[in-house]
Design a protein around this ligand. Sequence first.
Ligand code: UDP
Ligand code: MG
Length: 314
Amino acid sequence: MNKAEENIKDLISIIVPCYNEEKALPAFYRTAADAVKDIEGADCEFIFVDDGSRDRTPELLENFSNTDSRCRYLSFSRNFGKEAAMYAGLQNASGNYCVIMDADLQHPPELLKEMYRVVKTEGYDCCAGLREDRSGESPVRTFLSRSFYHLIGRVCRLDMGDGKGDFRMMNRAMTDSVLELKEYNRYMKGIFSFVGFETKWIPFHNVARAAGETKWSLRSLFRYALDGILSFSSAPSTIAGTTGAVLLLAALLTGIFSFVSGHGLAGMPLLICLILALNGIQMLFMSILGQYMSKEYMESKKRPIYIVKKKGGF
Ligand code: UDP
Ligand code: MG
């Protein structure tokens, strides 16, 4: 490293999606600004993304940007969802490190210093928070979330475990790779896992949000879970195929049973056998169709075929 390079400071972009966060934002800004004060070797910028808030969030963000030159904000024309807000934030960040944080202080700003140290000095491309528990959350939601992550882990073959959220600091190479995936239906946890790179996980405890309410109803969480599964796997179509195969097998067994018990293939057993066989065949062919469609669907996302991490000797 030469003298000039030594003097160039890193820039950490802190991306904060905000949807109706007037109650939590002042505390977030105070705590986060305080936490980044003593990060040596790096300056910070805040990229707040107002996701179509209907409260005083835009006003607060305008105030921050008027009084603190490190604060920038974008305001969406309506609520587009956290995925869109994170994408917009990353697109508008100029830092060589980018970190995504919730506005409700559930992602502890005290971890930023350690995250920066890890990506800067330990050779990792990303340092991510691993939420160790779900205290402060309703038992129903905990149960449903756990079941979902268990299911998605099995069907998608990507590392998207429980507690592995969006709170992470990435270097520029990883950030650019995430931005290269331009699909409309975004599921960031899957995207992080898809792009690869080396990630170090640092555990943190869950706390109740600083103020305001969660923006996720059970219905929206369910829709989000379905999006996650459909964006990264064709498992639902395989389930149709398996069901079809099971129905065909049941038709065969009914036929055999009917013969063995001396009824022959007539009357009721024949009817049951036919119903099972016809439905089984239909489901099998629907699943084949589904498999072709899911291939086409994945193609339409135009995801990169590979992602290069480093080059040498070119
Ligand atoms: N959020 C957003 N758009 C939405 C919903 C949420 O930008 O449509 C933001 C929200 O303001 C917060 C973060 O995403 O900063 C996480 O939301 P929340 O705390 O409600 O989710 P939870 O922590 O309950 O999963
Ligand atoms: Mg929260």
